[in-house]
Design a binder for this molecule. Sequence first.
Ligand SMILES: *Cc1c(COP(=O)(O)O)cnc(C)c1O
Length: 481
Amino acid sequence: MNYKSTRGHDVPQTFSEILLGGLAPDGGLYLPQQYPQISADELESWRKLSYADLAYEILARFCDDIPAEDLRALTRKTYTADVYCNARAGDNTADITPLRKLGDEAGAPLYLLGLSNGPTLAFKDMAMQLLGNLFEYALARAGQELNILGATSGDTGSAAEYAMRGKRGIRVFMLSPHRKMSAFQTAQMFSLQDPNIFNLAVQGVFDDCQDIVKAVSNDLEFKSRQKIGTVNSINWARVVAQVVYYFKGWLLATDGPGQKVSFCVPSGNFGNVCAGHIARMMGLPIDKLVVATNENDVLDEFFRTGIYRVRKAAETYHTSSPSMDISKASNFERFIFDLLGQDAGKLAQLFRDVDTKGGFDLSGTPDYERIRQFGFVSGRSTHEDRVATIRDLSSRYGITIDTHTADGVKVAREHLSAGTPMVVLETALPAKFADTIREALGREPERPAAFEGIEALPQRFEVMPADAAQVKAYIARHTGL
Ligand SMILES: *Cc1c(COP(=O)(O)O)cnc(C)c1O
C-alpha cells in the first residue's frame, strides 16, 4: 500500500515513510492510493475479535511494510483493558470502546460509543497511544531518535505526553501557557515524572506558545540537528487508528450483514469524522455521518451551503467545548479530495484560495450536489444547548456526558431516522469539564478512581519567558545534540 498527496506530488511513499512526517512536500496531505475494500463476509468474520485484533486487521490493510507479527504485537500492546480502564461502572472495559444504549428516540436506537476511557479521558488517546508505540518501533528500526515539540492549551498536549512517556528514542517538549490551564489539566500534564517528558510553562498565552513552535520549526538548521518533529492531527497514522472504532461501533450496534448505522461526531479539525468517511469508503455500511460543531461552525456552514469560509482569530469563540474551537479544519482537505473525484489540480487551486481568499465556494456546483452520496449532514450547538442536553441525559437516562459529547447528542437528535441506529461518539469524559457540569447539574462530575487527588501530586515543569531563543537553548541542553 502506497500513499499519495492530495495536491498531486507523485512520488509514492510507504506507510513507514509517512509515519514520522507531516505534510507532503507539495503542502498536501497523504492518502492511500486506493481505499482497501472490506466485504460483508469479512466484516461478519470480525464480530468476535478483540479490539486489538480488529485494529490489527484494519491497520494491516494500510501498512504492509510492517511485518504482520510486529504489527499484531503493537496493537495488542496498545489496546489493553489496563490502558483503557476509565470506563463508567457497568461498562465492559475489555471492549476498549464500550457501546451504551441510551434509549429509542423517534424510532431510532440512540447509542454512545465510549472513546474516552484512556489515560487522558479523551478520544485522542485512541490514536495517540498507538502512535507512541508505532513511533518507538519505527525509530528503533531506523536507529533514529525524535524530539517532539508542541504547544497545547490542554488536551492534545496531555494525550501526546501520555502516549510518549517512557518511550525509547523519543523526548517531548510541550509548551503551555503558564497558569492558564485548569488545575485538572495542569496536574494531568505536570505530574508526569518521566525523564523524557519536558513541560515548559511559558509566561504568555497559548498563541505565544504556538508562535514559539513556529519560530523553532522555521529554523531548518536547528530543526534538523535537533531532530524536531510534531504529532499534529493531520498525521495519517492517527487518522487510520481512528477508523478502527467505526468498525467496532458498527459491529456492536448490529447483529447481521448489511445493516446501516449512522454516526454523529463532535468535530473540530475534522480528523475524527474523516476517519468515519474512510471507513465508509472501505465499505462499512454507514448511513449518515453527522458533523456536529459548536458555535465555531465553519464545518456546519460548509455542509449546509457549500461555502467553506475559514475564520480569523477574532471570530473564533472560546466555548465550553474548547477542543472544537477551531477556525480552519486541518483534515478537511482529505474529504474534499474525494468529493472532487480525487482531482489534485482542482484541489490544489481550492486550497490556494483558502490561503489567499480565506475560503472557497462550491455552492451550486456538481461537486456540492455529490455531498449526500458521501452520507454527510451537519448541525451546530451552543452553550445553552450543551447545558440543556447534559441536564436532559442526566434526568432521562441517568448518565452524565461532557460538553463535546453534548454537542454531538444535540445535533444527532436532529438527524434520526426510524429504525437506523444512531451512534454518538463520546469524545471526552465529564470529569474534564467540571464548570459546565456544575452549571447544568449543580454538582461535581464523577471522577475515575485513577484521578482522585491528582491536583495534590508533585509537579515537574519549567517556567520560561515567551522567547524562542531560550526555548531552543533549553531543548539543546536536554537533547545533547
Ligand atoms: C479533539 C477533540 C474533538 C475534535 O476532534 P477533531 O478530530 O479535531 O474533529 C472533539 N472533542 C474532544 C473532546 C476533542 O479532544
